[in-house]
Design a protein around this ligand. Structure first.
Ligand code: PSZ
Length: 280
């Protein structure tokens, strides 16, 4: 039977009930995380939980558990569900209260923390061959650094990509590439990795932070700088990163081949370094 976390407890999934007036359901008033599980262990679990608390802080949402409680409950969840290769989805909403935009009284309404685990294979074929992407207008709000439940623009962009047979939508604000609908985006030009700086306009991906650390430790040139769609289309290599997609080569954008149309050498090197990192 599948277990889930509902507030401080591990329950059967069928026993966990969320109220119709949960603010996450009504307003998207909450934050979330997805954490990878490799070999039955959380990968960068502390970093994800830290970001969950940071996102919550930015929307003035108090999580009714400590970081340590969240981590230990999550470890218990994957142990009980026997997850070896998968992920954990967790979210916290501002709780249940009669519908009003204004925050509920925190002395009467507590945040609702839920989590579940799933088996998720590594996208091996795509990692080997690369994927296609489209470009799309970034129509999101100005606090993309918050991992908020409000994902409508991301959902619409991803669907547009899927409708065109593509894996991801690469977003830009007036021609400046920000990130993907659910990933960070990098170009490689003359052996140098370039990605948008971690401002309010992107989510500072945990995978992004691992990639930049791997660059620094292995003498791979990198810069956190803005770049334009024209530079994206002229890049030697493009890759995207996320918890599930890892380091994913992009070999086609808007129908145009990237470089020689195969995953590039810098991307390959980073993939190999990442694989070492995840098996540590
Ligand atoms: O399962 C999936 O498809 C996942 S799991 C995490 C993501 C997708 N994406 C996270 C994400 C994001 O939603 C946006 C807008 N930007 C960047 C990222 C990458 O963040 P990390 O590396 O922390 O997963």
């Amino acid at each position: 039977m599948e277990k889930v976390i509902f507030n401080g407890e591990i329950l059967e999934r069928s026993e966990a009930v969320v109220d119709l007036e949960d603010r996450g359901y009504q307003f998207g008033d909450g934050v979330y995380e997805v954490i990878r599980v490799y070999d039955g262990k959380l990968f960068t679990g502390e970093e994800h939980v830290e970001r969950l608390f940071a996102s919550a802080g930015k929307i003035k949402l108090e999580i009714p558990f400590s970081r340590e409680e969240v981590l230990s409950l999550t470890r218990e969840l994957i142990r009980e569900n026997g997850v070896k290769l998968g992920s954990v989805y967790m979210q916290v909403t501002r709780g249940t209260a009669s519908r009003s935009h204004i925050f509920p009284d925190p002395s009467r309404t507590k945040g609702v923390f839920t989590a579940y685990s799933t088996e998720v294979p590594r996208p091996e074929k795509a990692l080997e061959n690369g994927v296609a992407a489209i470009t799309a207008d970034d129509i999101r709000w100005l606090r993309c650094d918050i991992k908020s439940l409000n994902l409508l623009p991301n959902v619409l962009a991803k669907q547009e990509a899927a409708d065109q047979g593509c894996y991801e939508a690469i977003l830009h604000r007036s021609g400046t590439v920000t990130e993907g609908s659910s990933s960070n985006v990098y170009i490689v030009k003359d052996e140098k990795v370039i990605t948008h700086p971690a401002t309010n306009l992107i989510l500072n991906g945990i995978t992004r932070q691992v990639v930049l650390k791997l660059c620094a430790e292995n003498n791979i040139l990198f810069a956190e700088e803005e770049y334009r769609v024209e530079e994206l289309l002229q890049a030697d290599e493009i890759f995207i990163t996320s918890t599930t997609s890892e380091i994913m080569p992009v070999v086609k954008v808007d129908g145009i081949q990237v470089g020689d149309g195969k995953p590039g050498s810098v991307t390959r090197r980073l993939q190999a370094l990442f694989q070492e990192e995840m098996s540590k």
